[in-house]
Design a protein around this ligand. Structure first.
Ligand code: E4P
Length: 218
């Protein structure tokens, strides 16, 4: 199972990378805006900076929504670094562009997936990754995890190579449920990754061990 961090914040990316368990990064235009990164050149420089921190898999999202411009923009993004994965929205021209990128050997992440039908299209087009948004489905009263289960089943039925990148993860339970269902990747905020570390019995046990050591050793 791969862990990606869902942020454009360099300190958070570095912290997750230093933990030794990070396999990649996903960003989106909202996350870039949150860090105050604006303008094509600054955005590209920021992707370059992210690529310097991690070993692989940096999703960079296109803004274009028509085929020709998605291809143009995606190729520019892919040129930044071999680690770049071009993130393309699940729309008609996006699917066509994913197919083209796939034939050209450019890695893609099909984003904004909210149904199993969309997941099938992404796999048929040859997406490297396909991102179903769990939290946003939960937000509108649909069970995001049911979608993950459905897609895992369908992809297994046909041996689709597209990796299921569970996105819009809000808490550690989401992450654990994705692991149980067999999602290939989870992308989540730093606090969800570090949240896995926490257990009160670990803290209590460590405090007792250290106290007992101190009693015997001064
Ligand atoms: C991932 O690629 C998406 O950018 C992200 O997970 C969306 O998460 P959100 O629904 O918390 O904004």
């Amino acid at each position: 199972m791969k862990f990606f961090i869902d942020t454009a914040n360099l300190n958070e990316i570095k912290e997750a990378y230093d933990l030794g368990v990070l396999d990649g990064v996903t960003t989106n235009p909202s996350l870039m805006a949150k860090e105050g990164i604006t303008g094509t050149e600054n955005i590209r420089a920021h992707y370059k900076a992210i690529c310097k921190i991690v070993d692989d898999n940096v999703s960079a999202e296109v803004i274009s929504t028509d085929f020709d411009n998605i291809i143009k923009e995606g190729r520019e993004l892919a040129k930044i670094d071999d680690k770049i994965v071009v993130k393309v929205p699940m729309i008609k021209d996006g699917v066509k562009a994913i197919k083209k990128f796939s034939s050209d050997g450019i890695k893609t992440n099909c984003t904004l997936v909210f149904s199993a039908g969309q997941a099938i299209l992404a796999a048929k087009a040859g997406a490297t990754y396909m991102s179903p948004f769990i939290g946003r489905l939960d937000d509108v009263g649909q069970d995001g995890m049911e979608l993950i289960a459905q897609i895992v089943n369908i992809y297994n039925n046909y041996g689709f190579e597209t990796q299921i990148l569970a996105a819009s993860i809000r808490h550690t339970i989401h992450l654990l449920q994705c692991a149980e269902l067999g999602a290939d990747v989870v992308t989540c905020p730093l606090n969800v990754i570090t949240g896995l570390l926490k257990h009160p019995l670990t803290d209590a046990g460590l405090a007792k061990f250290l106290a007992d050591y101190k009693k015997g050793n001064g």
